[in-house]
Ligand binder design. Structure first.
Ligand SMILES: [Fe+2]
Ligand SMILES: [Fe+2]
Length: 365
């Protein structure tokens, strides 16, 4: 058991105490994996320190393959067992392997870095999956425990391209530049020792500084390559934050290139969806709530709004099981409370999750 700052808690950690609002209403229960929505409620009530169980105990207790209570019924289960997803996974793995090959060749043999080769494969993924389950919901399911820089980079490329489309970019060449910016954003990590990249647990201050050099290292690697300048800037600026809280330079919004701002959102979204202890049933509304917990001006607010509302809207009509066991359908998403949709319960009544701090979406079905 340990005391943790609410900001450092990730959805899926198991609480070691009941968390109550100042009026005594239970916000989250001991022994249950905490959700991003509950964390949002905690920050709302100004609760900053809570007790959680140690990670190792949780992993032992639940097993990382913890069977979801709703196995066979959840949306995740259906997606992962569909033929379309299997096809997507194959194409996706191929992209990650190819990216590794290209980057290795560039680093070891000083060959020119080219994005055109792999962009064809990414086009293939988009064309085949433009309709159907939807790339974003398949992406939520593809995350694996072991995070690999190349798979992460393919994720960021795909998410950046999707967001680019939502932002109204129609020119395919522009979308390609944005996609390649995502593919190469972390190329500087190739210069950071594996022992730091793969270190489980917290980095020491010195290791953290080594890690924080990757944007500059990436830019240096890309500098002389024949690539669009925005691709190089994304490698340099994807950890900058619009409020000046990022690194390496602490730039504010106007000084961060628009494509770098897109890649920053895609990068954080990917980290949020993969960085969890308990993995059964990933709920997109939790990811939205997690973004909402952060300072409002960290990301480009207009871009973030477009991103989160598109994600939320795409789940209208989806079935849910709520934390009290009731079932219903997501019927409406309020622009001001994207993480808390309106649910039509099977008995015909409506629940607005915005008004119900005691309830959250347990699973999508
Ligand atoms: Fe990075
Ligand atoms: Fe990244």
């Amino acid at each position: 058991m340990k005391k943790v700052n609410v900001e450092d808690i990730k959805p899926g950690m198991i609480l070691a105490e009941d968390i109550k609002s100042p009026r005594g209403q239970v916000l989250a229960r001991v022994g249950e994996p905490v959700t991003a929505q509950q964390l949002l409620h905690m920050s709302y009530y100004g609760i900053d320190i809570v007790q959680v169980q140690d990670e190792d105990d949780v992993i032992d207790e639940l097993g990382l393959e913890a069977p979801d209570d709703f196995v066979g019924e959840s949306q995740s289960w259906r997606i992962q067992n569909s033929a379309e997803y299997k096809d997507f996974k194959r194409a996706y793995k191929k992209c990650a392997a190819k990216l590794k090959e290209i980057v290795d060749d560039f680093i070891n043999n000083k060959s020119n870095l080219r994005g055109d080769d792999i962009i064809e494969d990414i086009h293939g993924v988009f064309e085949r999956h433009a309709t159907g389950l939807g790339i974003m919901s398949m992406m939520l399911n593809i995350q694996e425990i072991d995070d690999d820089t190349y798979e992460h980079s393919v994720n960021v490329a795909i998410i950046s391209r999707v967001l680019g489309g939502w932002l109204g970019i129609k020119d395919p060449d522009e979308l390609d530049v944005l996609t390649i910016a995502g593919l190469f954003h972390d190329i500087g990590k190739s210069q950071v020792p594996e022992s730091i990249l793969k270190k489980p647990g917290k980095l020491t201050t010195e290791e953290f500084f080594r890690m924080a050099e990757h944007p500059v290292l990436g830019y240096t690697l890309l500098q002389d390559q024949e690539l669009d300048r925005r691709i190089k800037l994304a490698a340099l600026q994807h950890h900058e934050r619009c409020d000046g809280s990022g690194y390496p330079y602490g730039l504010t919004r106007t000084f961060i290139a628009p494509f770098s701002r897109v890649v920053a959102i895609a990068d954080v979204y990917d980290a949020m969806t993969s960085d969890r202890v308990y993995r059964a049933g990933i709920c997109p509304f939790e990811v939205i709530a997690q973004f909402k917990r952060q300072r409002a001006n960290k990301y480009d607010v207009d871009m973030l709004m477009v991103f989160l509302s598109n994600i939320a809207q795409s789940y209208i009509g989806t079935g849910v099981i709520l934390s009290d066991g009731s079932r219903g359908i997501i019927t409406m998403v309020n622009k001001n409370a994207l993480a808390s949709p309106l649910i039509k319960i099977d008995d015909g009544s409506f629940i607005d999750l915005e008004d119900r701090n005691d309830l959250f979406i347990r699973a999508l079905i």
